[in-house]
Ligand binder design. Structure first.
Ligand SMILES: Nc1nc2c(ncn2[C@@H]2O[C@H](COP(=O)(O)OP(=O)(O)OP(=O)(O)O)[C@@H](O)[C@H]2O)c(=O)[nH]1
Ligand SMILES: [Mg+2]
Length: 509
């Protein structure tokens, strides 16, 4: 048996593990790994369990599951309250079994975030996925047994599947099969709240779906408003002919172009917001990082805001802008962004490009990393890969922040500070290191670099308060005929000082 269980299934552990996961999907996962959990699980994945499964399977009416009848003709499916079995294939030439396990655990966290109940996780080592059934026909039959004995109704594959592979796997296992991209798209669909976010996710779903159509059961109209999150119940007739599929493709293409137009129109509103930030001369810090790293928590700490913090993946889907104040009283903007994940579906990178452009316009990128994760550097790499796809992001200064220090032991701290000596180590939970982080951020912000000396009329109060907010007042004297001022400001304010000053011959150095 080369199929190997990753320990998500043992009945004895399920209760407790699930309980822990309920409050902390990723937390529990990293804990498990840190505690050397892999070994602990090894024993439970042995023959005994397999036989137990086989035994239980004897009582099951596999063909009675009847799930295939229900599999909708749409190749895009929701993963809500499903009972799922996870499957991963890895080649030892490309990854270690530890990495493969980590990836499957992340898939489990994703599945739970989507609302599914994870019953089992199976890893298989093979040179490359089987072109027909992904796992190979023998393994597919084994998988069918596992699915039946666990009474699962869905298989989630830790990869992108060809439409034909998915179909073949469904035919053998009699349950619906969802791939990694569909799962992530589904989570995004559940979490998007803004109009633009929703439209972007919908676009990504449609683009994912287009090449995977095998005909629709009913008409598109039952997908309320063209919503791509397909209903899992197959309503209407099955097996529409090629003509029907062609028509549906056209409908989807039409929806795609309509969505693209809509999104393009929403662009200007975002431009305005961003523009006004620029107009006020607010330096901008983009907070990026792997999902669940603690970006929102760190942003909250720095700004005192109450950004949504969730122990779920992708709690933040709409970039939020917060205002923060430096120690010397200047304001800057912190942009809390959507989290990244390994192998972020390309459809999503595309869809969120406009949102991620916020990052490209920032003066500084703060990259938050979960320091308590068993493989923080793998996460850094995944984030850097996405950043590399955003034009202009490469030229922006970056500050790496290892968060969750409260859960890092001495060895972990040592390791990260050796590999990333410049990085800050903080805990958004306890507040450790937050002051140092704030100082670092402030020192890396662009500084107002034009010194002006001027006498301003007392009527220039508004300008003066802007100078206080966005620049730095060096000297100020209240004379009978006006305010004598020396200040460091940016170009924009310098121009205003000149135009409003009393004698008009201010010096600039
Ligand atoms: N122990 C510990 N937990 C933390 C810390 N910072 C954040 N968390 C927890 O980590 C989880 C994720 O935090 P968020 O701030 O939502 O993370 P995020 O990066 O914004 O996540 P997404 O928006 O989903 O990508 C939450 O359960 C937080 O309570 C920390 O310093 N220590
Ligand atoms: Mg967040």
């Amino acid at each position: 048996m080369t199929q190997k269980s990753t320990g998500m299934q043992s009945d004895s552990q399920l209760g407790e593990a699930e309980h822990r996961r309920e409050e902390a999907p990723l937390d529990s996962r990293s804990q498990v790994l840190l505690e050397g959990g892999a070994d602990e699980f090894e024993s439970s994945s042995g023959d005994e369990l397999w036989q137990e499964r086989e035994r239980r399977n004897l009582f099951k009416h596999v063909e009675g599951l009847g799930e295939l009848e229900d599999v909708s003709e749409v190749e895009y499916r929701k993963v809500r309250l499903e009972r799922v079995v996870l499957v991963g294939v890895y080649s030892s030439a490309q990854t270690t079994s530890d990495e493969a396990e980590e990836s499957l655990r992340e898939l489990a966290a994703l599945a739970q975030t989507a609302g599914a109940q994870v019953l089992d996780g199976l890893l298989q080592q093979r040179d490359k996925p089987d072109p027909a059934t992904y796992v190979g026909s023998g393994k597919a039959r084994e998988l069918a047994n596992v699915v039946a004995s666990q009474e699962a109704d869905t298989i989630i594959v830790d990869d992108d599947l060809q439409p034909s592979q998915r179909r073949a796997l469904e035919d053998v296992t009699k349950v619906k099969v969802v791939d990694r991209t569909a799962l992530i798209l589904d989570i995004f669909a559940q979490h998007a709240t803004s109009r633009e976010g929703k439209a972007q996710v919908q676009l990504a779903q449609l683009e994912y779906m287009l090449p995977r159509l095998r005909g629709w059961g009913g008409s598109l109209s039952r997908q309320a408003g063209g919503q791509a999150a397909g209903q899992s119940g197959g309503i209407g007739s099955r097996g529409p002919g090629e003509t029907k599929i062609e028509t549906d493709r056209r409908v989807i293409r039409h929806q795609i172009s309509r969505l693209k137009r809509q999104i393009a129109q929403m662009g200007p509103a975002r431009e305005v917001k961003r523009g006004s930030r620029k107009r006020y001369g607010l330096p901008t810090v983009a907070v990026v990082g792997y999902t669940n790293a603690g970006k929102s928590s760190v942003t909250n700490r720095l700004t005192g805001s109450q950004e949504l913090v969730g122990n779920a993946l992708f709690a933040t889907l709409d970039t939020a802008v917060r205002r923060a104040k430096t120690a010397d009283g200047r304001y800057y903007a912190l942009v809390d962004t959507v989290g990244f994940v390994r192998r972020l579906p390309t459809q999503l990178v595309e869809a969120f490009k406009s949102t991620l452009e916020e990052v490209a316009e920032a003066d500084l990128i703060v990259h938050v990393v979960d320091g308590s994760h068993p493989d923080p550097f793998g996460q850094i790499e995944a984030v850097d890969k996405v950043l590399a796809q955003i034009d202009g992001a490469a030229d922006i200064g970056r500050l790496i922040v290892f968060n969750k220090a409260d859960r890092m032991d001495q060895a972990a701290r040592l390791r990260v500070s050796q590999l990333e000596p410049e990085a800050c180590i903080v805990s958004a939970r306890t507040g450790e290191g937050i002051d140092e982080l704030r100082e670092q951020v402030e020192s890396l912000l662009p500084h107002p670099d034009v010194r002006v000396k001027a006498k301003l009329p007392y009527s220039a109060g508004a300008l003066l308060s802007q100078i206080r907010e966005f620049g730095q007042v060096r000297q100020i004297g209240y004379e009978a005929d006006g305010i004598e001022l020396v200040a460091d400001v940016d170009n924009r304010l310098a121009a205003q000082v000149i135009s409003q000053s009393i004698d008009g011959h201010d010096k600039q150095e």
